[in-house]
Structures are given as C-alpha cells and as structure tokens.
Design a protein around this ligand. Structure first.
Ligand SMILES: Cc1cc2nc3c(=O)[nH]c(=O)nc-3n(C[C@H](O)[C@H](O)[C@H](O)COP(=O)(O)OP(=O)(O)OC[C@H]3O[C@@H](n4cnc5c(N)ncnc54)[C@H](O)[C@@H]3O)c2cc1C
Length: 307
C-alpha cells in the first residue's frame, strides 16, 4: 500500500474514478519501458479537473509530476511518489483561420498531420517527434532545422496554484531544448500554432523525406528515449561517442545503439539503474577522452528502489 493511499476517496471527488489508477507501472507509459510504479496515475478529462487536482495536491502536500508521452524521460526503478498526471484525454486539435490549436495531450505528430490535411505549413519538422504537444513545448522540441519556437504563437497553462494563464510564445523563453516551463511549474494545457497556407504535396514531400531520414538513421526497433544528450557547442554527441568506440557497449540490458551512437536502447529488459549507469559511463568516457561534458537532454525522475 502506498503512503498516500488514504487520499484515494478524496481524489476521486475531483475526477471520474476510472481516471485514477493506483500503483500503476510507469514502464507501460514510457518509451524506454523503464520505471517502477506511480502511486496515483491520473488522466483528467477537463481543464477544471486539472485545476482541482493541482489544488488538491497542494492542499494535501502530495508530490505532483506531469507525464506527457514519456518519450524524454527515464523513470527510476522505485517509481514516482504521489500523483502523476497525464493529459491523454485532452487531445483535441482544431483549426481557426491559419492557426492550429491543440490540447496538450495530443501527440505533436498528430498536430503535424492535422496541419498537413488542412494544407497548412510550419509543423513539418515535428512529424516524427514522439512526444505530446505539452512535452514538446516544455523542451522546445525540434528536428531537422525546425523547432516549436518557430511555430508557436501562444499557450494556455495552469500555474502551480491551479490558475489558468494565456501566455505568448515569447513569455516561455524558448531556446535550444529548453523553456521556462520547468522553473515556473506551468502545466501546459493548450497550444496555438501560427502556420501558413501551403501546398499539400510539398508539405507531404517534406514530411516523407524527414520520416525516411529518421527511420534510416534511428534505432526505432528498440525502446529508447531518443537522443540522450544535447548537442555540445562545436561538437556532435553521436560522433564523440562513436569515436570513443562505445557503440555496442552494454550494461545489463541497456546498450549504446550500434545504429546511432547518440541513442541508448533498452535491448533486453534493462532496469532504469542499468540504463542510467550506461549514460554515466558514456559521459565519463567522453569527458576523459575529449574533455567535453555531455549534458543530458533526457530527464531522470523518480525514486531508487528502497533497501
Ligand atoms: C525515438 C525518439 C525520437 C525522438 N526524436 C526527437 C527529436 O527529433 N527532437 C526532439 O526535440 N525530441 C525528440 N525526442 C524526445 C521527445 O520526443 C521530446 O523531448 C518530446 O518533446 C517529449 O515529449 P513527451 O510528451 O514525451 O514528454 P515526457 O517525456 O512525458 O516529459 C518530458 C518533460 O516534459 C514535461 N511535460 C510533459 N507534458 C507536460 C505538460 N502538459 N505540461 C508541463 N510539462 C509537461 C514532463 O513533466 C517532463 O519533465 C525523441 C524521442 C524518442 C523516443
């Protein structure tokens, strides 16, 4: 039984009972297939429920964690205490003029495909990024020369106190794989992308080209968190790792991908602890050989196994 179990009856006053899972294995919700259980895994279906749950967590002093599509996270083997909130039920996407508006639980891939079908250009770069719209804003996701910053006009967020705010893109301080969302503790609820009317064939051609590049270079056949490291100024993380002959290096079930050195894959039932040890081994090796400190792009959260 988890430490917060006694709060269950109160928690289900704030959202439908079916939206609250207890002791939910988080590995089912992460791309790496790693991680222990979340005490409560909650998928609210309205913004009001999101606000009520934030306020409840504050009032009862329960730890609170946002989880998007789990494609840029490693959750440790001991799992996550308190409430984990996921907005998969808030995933509508619609058009207003040349803008695409998406709730944050939608996949950014789906927002990109929606724009294609509406013949709107500007979200092609996102066609293969497996995160949610909320997760994409959080880290200003980008690929092949494009990033969220280029397309985002404004966003609706919930604050740490559960208030709703509308912010312009500028107010998020978006830059290379960062924003001020973590510092402010914002929960992204909705994003408005300002796009341009385009030619459907051309938009599709670009998306097909990017998909081909991604599929031919990335080890998409194994669970992973994508690129583990940010691009160090003046270098490429993958090249440094390759030059250290680390491709194929394994710790337990985790392996530095033989297809793309910037990826670590969960090849055979790795634990989070093995995966993290391999990340640290790569960082130490590259530091020793090239005196370059690789900074993680992927976030590590949760608890170690007790004892
Ligand atoms: C195979 C593969 C390829 C990838 N390719 C790319 C790529 O080309 N470019 C790129 O930029 N990234 C890439 N990624 C990484 C990942 O897809 C992006 O970082 C994505 O933006 C993460 O979104 P997510 O919903 O999965 O977030 P999660 O991993 O679930 O969470 C990441 C962080 O975002 C926070 N968060 C999530 N949703 C919200 C919300 N609604 N409000 C506030 N905070 C929130 C979480 O609390 C967490 O701190 C790749 C990953 C994989 C596995």
């Amino acid at each position: 039984m988890n430490k917060y179990h006694h709060l269950y009856e109160q928690l289900i006053q704030h959202t439908n009972k079916d939206n609250v899972l207890v002791n939910e294995p988080i590995r089912e919700h992460t791309y790496t297939k790693l991680g222990g259980a979340a005490d409560f895994y909650i998928t609210p279906s309205t913004y009001e429920e999101v606000q009520a749950i934030i306020r409840f967590a504050n009032q009862e002093d329960v730890p609170f964690t946002m989880l998007g599509n789990g494609s840029n996270l490693i959750v440790k083997d001991g799992g996550i205490r308190g409430i984990v909130m996921n907005l998969q039920q808030l995933s509508s996407i619609w058009r207003e003029g040349d803008k695409v508006i998406s709730q944050s639980g939608a996949r950014i891939i789906d927002a990109s495909r929606f724009a294609l079908n509406e013949e709107l250009a500007g979200l092609e770069f996102a066609c293969g990024i497996p995160g949610s719209v909320g997760g994409a804003l959080y880290m200003n996701a980008g690929a092949y020369g494009g990033e969220i910053k280029d397309a985002l006009e404004s966003t609706i967020v919930a604050t740490k106190d559960g208030e709703l705010l509308t912010l312009t893109a500028d107010q998020l301080d978006l830059s290379y794989r960062t924003s001020n969302i973590p510092d402010n503790g914002y929960i992204v609820l909705e994003a408005t992308f300002a796009l341009k009317s385009g030619n459907k064939e051309e938009i599709k051609e670009m998306m097909d080209d990017l998909t081909y590049k991604r599929e031919s270079k990335q080890p998409l056949e194994y669970p992973s968190c994508g690129s583990v490291f940010k691009r160090p100024p003046g270098f490429f993380a993958g090249k440094l790792i390759q030059d250290c002959n680390l491709q194929g290096k394994q710790i337990g079930g985790a392996e530095v991908s033989t297809k793309h050195a910037g990826f670590i894959v969960n090849k055979s039932n790795a634990t989070a602890s093995e995966y993290i040890s391999l990340i640290q081994f790569v960082q130490a090796t590259v530091k020793e050989r090239f005196d370059v400190q690789l900074e993680r792009e992927v976030r590590i959260i949760g608890d170690d196994v007790e004892g």
